[in-house]
Write a protein that binds this ligand. Structure first.
Ligand code: OGA
Ligand code: MN
Length: 204
């Protein structure tokens, strides 16, 4: 059953996407939910457990380094810990809602845990692969408590000739059109943690 708080967040999300092509929703995850995600072994072991992210498929390592510096671990929905299942379940509710309100035909999501080490970044890009256009909406939920403007790490979204910066605040969900919205991640003075995912129009 979708509760009232979530229903109002989903309404805002659909309205903002329809109007601007992106949405920023605060408190999508509660403090308690974030604590239980941060307590998972993967995040506790940090970079030791995660793998350096690549770009597209089989690209050159040095090119990668110049473009993105994050470490990731894909979440296997069939073998995920309860706090991550809670998150995946909430994304399913996003899918059901935007399918109705925005007339989309999203079927599934793919999500990884993400760590940007201090000073790392992800240069301006689009989230759709050239030969694979199944990613329709990008969804990122941040896990960084007490994050300040001076810590950096903004998500910068490019909209026409303008840009909009969003801080990676704990519990905040950002959602945008994967095929249209160019964006980048600015370097930070702290490790920057998130759950990064895509709502896709095929199963798995
Ligand atoms: C990505 C990405 C943005 C962010 O992983 O493709 O653009 O704010 N992430 O973490
Ligand atoms: Mn991206």
């Amino acid at each position: 059953m979708v509760n009232n708080e979530l229903t109002s967040q989903l309404n805002k999300l659909a309205d903002q996407i329809a109007e601007n092509g992106f949405a920023v929703i605060d408190d999508f995850l509660s403090n308690e939910e974030i604590d239980s995600i941060l307590a998972l072994q993967g995040f506790k072991n940090g970079l030791l457990q995660f793998k350096k992210a690549g770009i597209g498929k089989n690209q050159d390592k040095q090119i990668n380094e110049a473009i993105r510096g994050d470490y990731i671990q894909w979440i296997d929905p069939n073998n995920a810990e309860p706090p991550l299942l809670t998150y995946l379940d909430r994304l399913k509710q996003v899918i059901a809602f935007v399918n109705q309100s925005l007339f989309l035909s999203l079927k599934d999501c793919e999500v990884h845990q993400t760590i940007y080490p201090i000073g790392s970044f992800y240069k301006r890009h689009l989230d759709q692969f050239k030969k694979d256009d199944h990613r329709k909406l990008s969804v990122i939920c941040y896990l960084n408590k007490d994050w300040k403007e001076a810590d950096g790490g903004q998500l910068r979204m490019f909209i026409g000739h303008e840009s909009k910066d969003v801080l990676p605040l704990a519990g905040r969900l950002v959602c945008f059109r994967s095929d249209l919205l160019e964006h980048e991640v600015l370097p930070a003075t702290r490790e920057r943690l998130s759950l990064t995912g895509w709502l896709i129009d095929k199963i798995g």
